[in-house]
Ligand binder design. Structure first.
Ligand code: FE2
Ligand code: FE2
Length: 254
């Protein structure tokens, strides 16, 4: 398959792999587990548990799809990045598990997220669609949420975990974007449109249904939720244009 702009993107991927090797951390050595959990007044304890649980489930979903991608991609440098990412996600899942062990109130996978996972697994189009769904949408959304929470959560234990996890997630999103920018340039418009429709549906179905059992006045009101969903989609649309999936004109027709 012809590859455009390979030298530059390969350099970027090498830098990311090097960065990953140099910035390793462990749950035991880099996090002080003796710290207490501090819960802000606005956060119900049950919602706290449900939110951290969904982060953990998101990590497990990402591991599953990265393992599948390992069987599909052929470039050794990309395989190395996926192997590094799986190790990162396993560490994140373990950190969230330990935090939940202290907090209690672990929750099962949210039904709307479970539905999104089913849809991702059943995707029959180009494997690039999986990378768009996981690295740009799912991880991009996790990064957006974690960055917002870093200002809102006064919990020192969460802050310590969050800083380390955000650093890894930013690298995973960067990997997806660099790789997709290079690969999507070789994909026809019909396939790119199909990927766009796929991720848009994932976004609408999963964000519309998350945490619906929680009604917290002033925090998870319908209007606030709507604004969060709309702002998020605008941000993700910019990323989708940036990686060369579709321009605004084609998005309007998709
Ligand atoms: Fe992660
Ligand atoms: Fe990640």
């Amino acid at each position: 398959m012809p590859v455009t702009r390979l030298p530059q993107s390969r350099r970027c991927l090498r830098t990311l792999a090097l960065n990953s090797r140099q910035r390793q951390w462990t749950a035991d050595q880099d996090i002080n587990w003796n710290q207490d959990i501090v819960r802000p007044n606005w956060l119900l304890r049950r919602f706290h548990g449900a939110m951290i649980s969904q982060f953990r489930h998101g990590e497990l979903i990402t591991i599953k799809i990265c393992r599948h991608l390992l069987d599909v991609v052929t470039e050794p440098g990309v395989k190395e990045l996926l192997i590094q990412q799986i190790a990162d996600e396993e560490r994140h899942a373990e950190v969230y598990r330990r935090y939940l062990e202290k907090l209690g109130d672990a929750a099962p996978l949210d039904p709307s997220l479970a539905h999104a996972v089913e849809r991702i697994i059943q995707w029959q189009g180009s494997y690039l669609g999986l990378i768009v769904a996981v690295h740009v949408l799912l991880e991009g959304e996790a990064l957006r949420t974690l960055q917002d929470l870093s200002d809102e959560m006064p919990c020192p234990l969460f802050s310590q975990m969050n800083k380390l996890i955000v650093r890894d997630e930013a690298r995973h999103v960067a990997f997806g974007k660099v790789y997709l920018r290079q690969r999507l340039a070789n994909l026809g418009l019909d396939e790119r449109m199909a990927i766009y429709r796929f991720v848009k549906l994932l976004w609408c179905e999963s964000t519309g249904g998350m945490f619906l059992e929680f009604r917290i006045t002033g925090i998870v009101t319908q209007s606030l939720r709507r604004r969060w969903v709309n702002e998020g989609w605008l941000q993700h649309r910019r990323s989708l244009t940036d990686i060369g999936l579709l321009n605004a004109q084609d998005m309007a027709r998709a």
